[in-house]
Structure formats: structure tokens, C-alpha cells
Design a protein around this ligand. Structure first.
Ligand code: DGY
Length: 326
């Protein structure tokens, strides 16, 4: 008998067709209050779950006794209860690597647009307010030759650092739990403690995953250590930054600006003071949102799911101990 798979959020027809060949598929292209009960009913007989922005808690897991694999179409899995999944022997797969360069591009887009005031000045033109010479009050800041501080030198951090060092002649500082000697050799990057990174960097770019340790790791104390001209870039998770403290720091001129792809609550409230600040560039969590990369992520997640449900090793198992226990 075919195993059963629940697909959550819109998925391209070719991937669905591939899954339907192998499994009985329950497809929820959107998930909301109106179909929540149908989703839970589907989970009761599901062996696999695949999708993006998955919402899984103990109650849902209790309703899903046959669940063997969750394949998230994301690299991040802070929205999923990893320990609980591992305890229950449910394998979690994610989609690293294929989104690294695109997410780093997003980071650099934020660096460039905040420093050169791209959004603010493009709006000025569009609104018909370009009426004369652009003078000092509207000047931006250079990116090339500046100091780029990377918090969390994983795959995405390294890709941002490469863009900065090799493309823009930036000096790269980084803080990370372990040293990265190969990257230091390649880019001349220097590992330093957080205080030094904050004090010296013109751009502080956050790429750490959200965990209990990184929750609000950048807050009022950190902003006091940054230069008043420096710019905070967050392409990781909103909750790594204490957003209320960020708003206060921007209001008090402790920071030069912020480029944010992520927020504590998403979508960010239209009432957020951040959206009124000309020195803040806000994006709707588009780190990996290109046609090419989202297609590669979906393909990888489907492959991970199929391999795992066939009892083989998927490419990207987050809790490998579940595999080993089998
Ligand atoms: C991820 O993959 O975790 C990204 O944040 C989604 O865009």
C-alpha cells in the first residue's frame, strides 16, 4: 500500500506529480482556520510531511502516530520542535546549500541599499521630488573598503564575507563559535570577540540561526557598542535582534541604519515604527525567494522526503541520530 504524504503550501505541479507517483498525497496549497481540521485529519494517517513555514506542535504530533519524516523547504527549522521530533523518532530534513548564494545576495542588496539610500532616493525620484542638485543631506556612505562584521560564519555568513572581501575590498571581521582558518586565508578575515566586532564594523551582518542562545543576542547593550554610523543587517531570524531596542537605538541615533529581511513577527505590522524610518530598508523575508533558488529548494526537499520514506539516507538530515537509531 502507498505511504501517505501531506504537502503544505503551494508546490509546483511537477513535484506534486512525482510525489503522487510514489505516495498518496494530501495537498494543502494554503493553510488557515478554514482547513485546519482537514489538515489534522490528513496528519492522522501521514507518513511524511513536506512544505514551507510548517506549523508543528505536540498536539499535532500526537495526532500523527505514523509520521516518519518532515521535509521542510527551508534551511532554518527554528519553527519546528527538533528535540520532540527526535524523541519521537521523526526524521527532519532541510534544504541547506542550495540557498546560500541567493541569501547572501539578499544580504548584500541590503548593505548596498541602506548605505547608498537606494530605496529612499528612488522614491524621491518616483514621487517627482527630484527638483535639483543632490546635496550633502542626501549623500549615502561608501561600502567598498569598509569593515564588514559577520555574526555567525556559517555557509551564508561566508558567502556574504566573500562578496564583501573579494567584490568590495572590505575588511572582514567575524564572530563564530569555531575559527574558520580556510576562510581567514582566503579572505584575510579575522575572528574576534563580539565587542570588538561591534565596535569596529561599519556593517554588522547577522547570519546565525535562531536558538535559545541567540534569541535577542543583539539588543540595547550591543547597539551602545556600535558606531553611530554603522548599519545593522539581519538576514537570519527576526528574534535574534531585540526589535524594541533596535527601534530605540535608531531613534536615538546610536545606529546609522538597518537593513532587515526578517522581523520578530512576520509579516511585520504596518504600524511598526521601523517602517517610518528612512534609514531602514525592510524586506518581506525574501532571503531565498528567487525562481531558481525556490525551485532548487523544493526539488531538494522532495528528494529528501522520497529517500527518507524509502528507508534510504536523505541528503540533508538535521537529526541524523534518528537515522542511526534505525
Ligand atoms: C530559510 O530557508 O530558512 C529561509 O529563511 C526561508 O527563506
Amino acid at each position: 500500500m502507498k505511504q501517505r504524504v501531506v504537502v503544505v503550501r503551494r508546490m509546483d505541479e511537477d513535484h506534486l506529480a512525482r510525489l503522487r507517483q510514489l505516495f498518496h498525497v494530501n495537498y494543502f496549497d494554503t493553510l488557515g482556520r478554514d482547513n485546519q481540521q482537514d489538515y489534522i485529519r490528513a496528519m492522522r494517517s501521514a507518513h511524511g510531511l513536506i512544505g514551507g513555514k510548517l506549523v508543528i506542535n505536540r498536539e499535532i504530533l500526537d495526532e500523527a502516530p505514523h509520521l516518519k519524516v518532515i521535509s521542510t523547504i527551508s534551511v532554518g527549522y527554528d519553527n519546528l520542535p527538533l528535540d520532540e521530533l527526535t524523541r519521537r523518532g521523526i526524521l527532519l530534513c532541510n534544504t541547506p546549500d542550495v540557498l546560500t548564494e541567493t541569501t547572501a545576495d539578499t544580504g548584500f542588496a541590503l548593505i548596498m541599499s541602506t548605505a547608498r539610500r537606494v530605496v529612499e532616493l528612488a522614491d524621491l525620484v518616483k514621487l517627482g521630488n527630484w527638483v535639483g542638485h543632490i546635496d550633502k543631506p542626501l549623500y549615502g556612505r561608501d561600502v567598498h573598503g569598509k569593515v564588514l562584521g559577520i555574526i555567525g560564519m556559517g555557509r551564508i555568513g561566508a558567502a556574504v564575507a566573500r562578496r564583501g572581501a573579494l567584490g568590495f575590498g572590505m575588511r572582514v571581521l567575524y564572530s563564530n563559535s569555531s575559527p574558520k582558518p580556510a576562510l581567514e586565508k582566503e579572505l584575510g578575515a579575522l575572528r574576534c570577540d563580539m565587542d570588538e566586532l561591534l565596535a569596529q564594523s561599519d556593517f554588522v551582518c547577522i547570519t546565525v540561526p535562531l536558538t535559545a542562545e541567540t534569541h535577542h543576542m543583539i539588543g540595547a547593550a550591543a547597539f551602545l557598542k556600535m558606531k553611530p554610523s554603522s548599519i545593522l543587517i539581519n538576514i537570519a531570524r527576526g528574534k535574534v535582534v531585540d526589535e524594541a531596542a533596535l527601534i530605540a537605538a535608531l531613534n536615538e541615533g546610536q545606529l546609522g541604519g538597518a537593513g532587515l529581511d526578517v522581523f520578530e513577527e512576520e509579516p511585520v505590522s504596518a504600524e511598526s515604527p521601523l517602517l517610518q524610518m528612512p534609514n531602514v530598508v525592510a524586506l518581506p523575508h525574501i532571503g531565498s525567494a528567487t525562481h531558481e533558488t525556490r525551485a532548487a529548494m523544493a526539488k531538494l526537499a522532495v528528494e529528501n522526503l522520497i529517500l527518507a520514506l524509502q528507508g534510504k539516507s536523505p541528503r540533508n538530515a538535521v537529526n541524523e541520530q534518528v537515522l542511526l537509531a534505525k
